[in-house]
Design a protein. Structure first.
Length: 216
């Protein structure tokens, strides 16, 4: 028994030495190594949660300013007619969350080929949403509604631009997970962290969209 304990300790210290396999770790379910082994994988999940908290505070500050500005007396607030394409954009983004959930399940089941396909579907839907937001801006510009036209239009452009930039970061993350191996992050942890971010941005958009509808 003592020899077994000593042997296990040597393997933990010199992982990979003498042809022995590295010890099993809790890395998000994919069996990949820790990279350099310096940072536990759950640290990235915690970091993402903190980052999402910061993003939430940023948008809630904008929402508070929106509500206060709209409620001011004699503020010349003209309700913005929400472009119809935003309804389609919202459905597209919600659909991307469903495809991402399915991709994550396929990954955990070890179906790598199907995982890549549905992960790619999510990426395409994300890009489609961003393209739809640009079309919504063009529609407003065509109607003569610009950033400085009215407080309501100013907030609309700011909200959609800020959300679009954050979602673009999510699209880039989706592409990186799909096309290149991670170094410090295992692929299992990467899919988990990116999924957290994507679902958050999806829910945030639904909230903003409802805010726009109420503000009409």
């Amino acid at each position: 028994m003592a020899e077994t304990i000593v042997t296990d300790d040597i393997e933990l210290i010199h992982s990979g030495g003498g042809g022995s396999a590295p010890p099993a770790r809790n890395d998000g379910g994919d069996g990949d190594p820790f990279g350099n082994g310096a940072t536990p994988q759950r640290t990235y999940v915690t970091g993402m949660m903190l980052g999402l908290g910061g993003i939430l505070m940023f948008f809630m500050a904008l929402v508070s300013a929106y509500i206060v500005r709209k409620g001011l007396p004699n503020n010349a607030w003209i309700p913005l007619q929400v472009p119809r394409i935003l309804w389609l954009n919202t459905l597209v983004l919600i659909g991307s969350s469903f495809s991402l959930v399915h991709a994550r399940k396929l990954y955990l089941a070890g179906k790598t080929h199907q995982f890549r396909r549905w992960w790619g579907v999510t990426t395409i839907l994300g890009l489609s949403f961003l393209a739809g937001q640009i079309l919504a801006w063009r529609e407003l510009v065509h109607e003569g509604v610009y950033l400085s036209t009215n407080p309501s239009s100013s907030f609309f452009y700011v909200f959609t631009a800020a959300h679009g930039l954050h979602l673009l970061g999510g699209v880039i993350a989706l592409l990186l997970v799909a096309v290149r191996p991670t170094r410090k992050l295992t692929r299992g942890t990467a899919t988990e962290v990116v999924s957290m971010y994507w679902h958050f941005m999806d829910g945030l958009w639904v909230f903003l969209f409802l805010l726009f509808l109420v503000g009409q």
